[in-house]
Design a protein around this ligand. Sequence first.
Ligand code: NAD
Length: 248
Amino acid sequence: MLLKDQVAIITGGAGLNGLGFATARLMAAQGAKVAILDLERADPAGAAAQLGPEHIGLVADVTDKASCDAAVAAVLQAFGRVDTLVNNAGITQPVKTLEITGNDYDRILDVSLRGTLYMSQAVLPAMRQQQGGSIICISSVSAQRGGGILGGPHYSAAKAGVLGLARAMAREFGPENIRVNCITPGLIGTDIIKGKLTEEKKAEIAETIPLARLGCADDIAGACVFLASGLSGYCTGITLDVNGGMLI
Ligand code: NAD
């Protein structure tokens, strides 16, 4: 088992069809104790219960620093350590530049970018004390392509910001054996795209992807387990593209 006796926190992990829950499930199968953090309406405790009694679900809003700190304190109380943080919480909005309001901009950047900062700040003291840890930030191919199929320019900006923030943290905390890496998923069939694309449109997109299909949540979960485990022990500051070859 790749993550035996490790503790992993996954934000935005309560949606049973989402990338976060698939990651929680695979990490649990690899021996980790998992804490799923999500908004109350997403029922993180219910999601954790699906994984088994040794895992926990906590209500946390990643845009709220006090909420992040309290959730991490609860994880440390329950499990005594934290080895991996997956900054997965994110929201999108398919609008064009001229349609973005100040509120939209704040909302999208707050969850992906501010949330990544606050959650990282919350776990770093414990990782520092343990002399090691892995922070995994879920960015998006939208950051690299300068526009997504479903995300607006503010989403691309937020996810590009995540790449910069992660690299800066990788540089800063590398000497303390805390690795920080990003994953840039392509188009993955989760609730975030549910109802937004017709089957015809999905087939049309799949034709443009070298691996000829949309991604699935488990594709991302596998990349997260790699970055959490010792298999990636000499990787920090990297961006792992999991997009079926979309950028070739
Ligand atoms: P999802 O909607 O299932 O997951 C997002 C989760 O974030 C939800 O459970 C939601 O409740 C949670 N969340 C939202 N705001 C939050 C907040 N303030 N605090 C805590 N949790 C919050 O969608 P998903 O597709 O599984 O997305 C997971 C991540 O992957 C997101 O960051 C998304 O931007 C990114 N991503 C997804 C795709 C894709 O095609 N599905 C592609 C690239 C990147």
